[in-house]
Design a protein around this ligand. Sequence first.
Ligand SMILES: Cc1ncc(COP(=O)(O)O)c(C=O)c1O
Length: 348
Amino acid sequence: MSVRPPFAIDLVSDTATRPSLGMRDAMARAEVGDEQRGEDPSVNALTEKVAAILGQEAAIFLPSGTMCNQIALAVHCRPGDEIIAARNSHIVSSEGAGASVFAHSVIRGIGTEYGIFDAKELAAAVRPQGIKTPFSKVVCIEQTSNRGGGAVWPLETVHEVVGAARDLKLALHMDGARLLNACVATNVSAESYAKPFDSVWLDLSKGLGCPIGAVLAGSAEFIQQANRWKHRFGGAMRQAGIVAAAGLYALEHNVGRLAEDHLNARAFAERIRDLPGVRLQFGRVDTNLVFFDVSDSGKTAAEIARGLAQHDIRIGVESQFLMRAVFHLDISAKMTGAAVDALKAVLA
Ligand SMILES: Cc1ncc(COP(=O)(O)O)c(C=O)c1O
């Protein structure tokens, strides 16, 4: 059985991982039942495990992180409400304006460099509430911040923002697509980051290496409402234990190793930092994402990506001159070095 990806070295995203043979074996052996009726033992084991990891009462298994965000916002908001989030966050740029479609709400973006704002910036973003203003309802933080270069929200900042949100009577939502990367990078538990939130989720299909799935957690009442939205979206499944088993496998085998992805990302950044025409976009690499600008190289990001494809390497093109390389369990230190060498050759 071949598990070779379409590119020998695929840095386009941590979603490019292929389920390992061990994971496939766990999937093949999964106990299953009717998930929609709450009867799938593997799904139930996964949701209980993730709720415990996040310090929450209950959780729900969903096909994707986008659905976690959209369901959470739909539960928190009523038509005309406002969601506060960093301007470069995923719910702003990459979910098809879903908050306006499903939650009938607008997003107020806070300008940040790393996707991280503080309590003061949050308070400044809440409008004086009146008859003319959108009703500020929920604040969303993204841990780690994808377009903030994979930056980790420090625990103190999270707690300050939580305190301010409570004072401002805002609900709290955490997009935890890469929360476990933050935990591994800082040695802070997921519960410490996530417990104060009204809703929070983990993606299984990114650094954890699963083919599908995300788990959204919150209070039992929140999850009951989320379940109605899940059904409404057609997201309720049947013998979904076959994919939940991959999640259980990943939580056991693929969390600690995220540190290797962070090391590879840092090594890549260090080695491309001084290449002519390359400028790292962020001053630091906290986790597994490296953004770099190529505007001084005489080539566009798309041209460089095409050049790398000749070396059997795929990389992210964020905009005309911005590129993103993402490190994950299918990228070794050796492949990281090969990607640097190929980039050098393409730039030469
Ligand atoms: C920060 C963040 N949130 C949400 C998502 C959406 O997750 P999914 O691809 O599972 O829908 C992503 C995906 O890249 C992401 O990076």
